[in-house]
Structures are given as C-alpha cells and as structure tokens.
Design a protein around this ligand. Structure first.
Ligand code: DGL
Length: 256
C-alpha cells in the first residue's frame, strides 16, 4: 500500500518532500490533474464533479492506503464531499494555515496568499471566523503565482517583477502597524518563497504548512515493513513535457 499525493500540478511536490522526511519507508504515487490546471479558475460545481469522478478512478487504479490532497484549492472545495462519497478512504487535506498565523502574529495583521478559488471558498471564510476573529486577515487572490511556479519547474526562470506585483497586496500598513505574517495557502508557492522574500517590501514570516500536513498523515498511516516499488508520477494529460519530466525526475519520480 502506498501514499497518493494529489495536486493540480507540481505544487504538491512541496508536500511530498516533507512526507518523505517523516515517512521515508512508504511508496509514493504523485498524481497531477494537469489537464485541469489551474484549479484556481474553475467554477465550483464543475470542479467538484471533475474531482469526484477522478478520485473514483484513482481509487480503482492505485488503491492507496492514504490520499494527501496537497492542494488548498481542491481541499477547501472537495474534502468533505470526498469523505462522504468514498467513506472507506483516508484523506488528509491541505487548508490555509490561518489558525497558526492568528496565534503567532504580533501586529495583528495577517495576509493569506492563495488562488482566487481558495479565497472565495466558504471553507476559508469559516476558518477565519473560527480561529482568527480578533485578527485582521486580508485574503489575497493571485491569478498568476501558481503559473509562475509551474514555469519555474519547467525552466528555473522567474520574473521577480511579476512576483512582486502578485504579493504586494499582502503588505498592509495600518495605524503604524505592518503585516507580519503571510500564509502560503497554495502548495505551489513554497517553490517561489525565496524570490518572494527577496522582493518583499519588508520582512515577514511566510507560513508553509507542508510539514504539518505530513505530520497529520504520519499519525494516520499504519506502521509496517517498507513498501516495495518505485515512486511514480501520473499526470491526467498523459505525459507532461520533457522539462517537467526532468523536474519530477529530480524528485525521484518515474513516469507511469
Ligand atoms: N496547488 C494548488 C493549491 O494549493 C493550486 C494551483 C492551481 O490553481 O491549480 O491551491
């Protein structure tokens, strides 16, 4: 039995690398719904239908022990629904790290950087209501950053001016106080965090929840002998371009 890590593109690799640190004995299947990328732009009902059908197929094809949905846009929309439709499966989701941000902020100004889909979800609004009611939370939807991260994965190039344009709305100055935490609420963004740090108007803490997600998965997997077999990648488009395959190869993933 193996662990299936799911995302719309390469972003879930930021979660996969943390999962491997904590669960080095497991076998990993990395699935990207790249034919549906970017998830951030989808209409909710259509994306929910697509994911429900796709997960049915993934259960049949791979029969993993556990699904890590390494995508905020997908988890905030579909995790409750997938748990209902596939009750025998174990799902670990990735949702915006609003609670730790609210606990850690000193200025009381927190920004959540995410896809437009995650920003408009009721799930995200509920997290703010439940965990951050005393904090000023700004939701910043970026249409470009996930694409920039995909481009980075293909060729290592990033346009820093574009990065700045996307992150600038996260930086708020209010009553002499400054935003001190930016939540990276899309799994693609940790690939760009060094560039974000470089171009940011002032230093902030960037919260990347990958390790916490891996810890949650660790608490749910069964202990047992190491899994046999290579780690593989499976993309809904069939096969991504050669540059992406090289990038995945760097993560020790072979193509199915
Ligand atoms: N990696 C996904 C997330 O965590 C989003 C990328 C996309 O728009 O498909 O939200």
């Amino acid at each position: 039995m193996s662990i299936l890590v799911f995302d719309s593109g390469v972003g879930g690799l930021t979660v996969l690398r943390e999962a491997r640190v904590l669960m080095p004995d497991r076998r990993y299947i990395y699935v990207a719904d790249d034919a549906g990328f970017p998830y951030g732009d989808w209409e909710e009902a259509a994306l929910l239908d697509r994911m429900t059908a796709l997960f049915g197929e993934l259960i049949e094809r791979f029969r993993p022990e556990l699904f890590m949905i390494a995508c905020n846009t997908a988890s905030t929309l579909a995790i409750d629904h997938l748990r209902k439709v596939y009750p025998e499966q174990t799902f670990v989701g990735t949702v915006p790290a609003i609670k730790p941000a609210a606990e850690r902020t000193r200025s009381g100004l927190v920004s959540v950087l995410a896809t437009p889909g995650t920003v408009k979800r009721q799930y995200t609004r509920d997290l703010i209501r439940d965990w951050a009611s005393k904090v000023n939370v700004r939701l910043v939807g970026s249409t470009e950053l996930a694409r920039l991260a995909e481009r980075y994965a293909r060729g290592g190039m990033v346009d820093e001016e574009e990065v700045l344009r996307e992150i600038e709305p996260c930086f708020v100055e209010q009553d002499g106080k400054l935003t001190d935490i930016v939540v990276l609420a899309c799994t693609h963004y940790p690939f760009l965090v060094n560039r974000m740090r470089k171009v940011a108007p002032w230093p902030v803490d960037w919260i990347d929840p990958s390790e916490a997600i891996a810890r949650r998965a660790l608490s749910l997997v069964r202990q047992g002998p190491p899994e046999e077999g290579r780690d593989i990648a499976w993309f809904t488009s069939g096969a991504p371009d050669a540059a992406t395959q090289r990038f995945l190869g760097g993560f020790g993933l072979a193509f199915e």
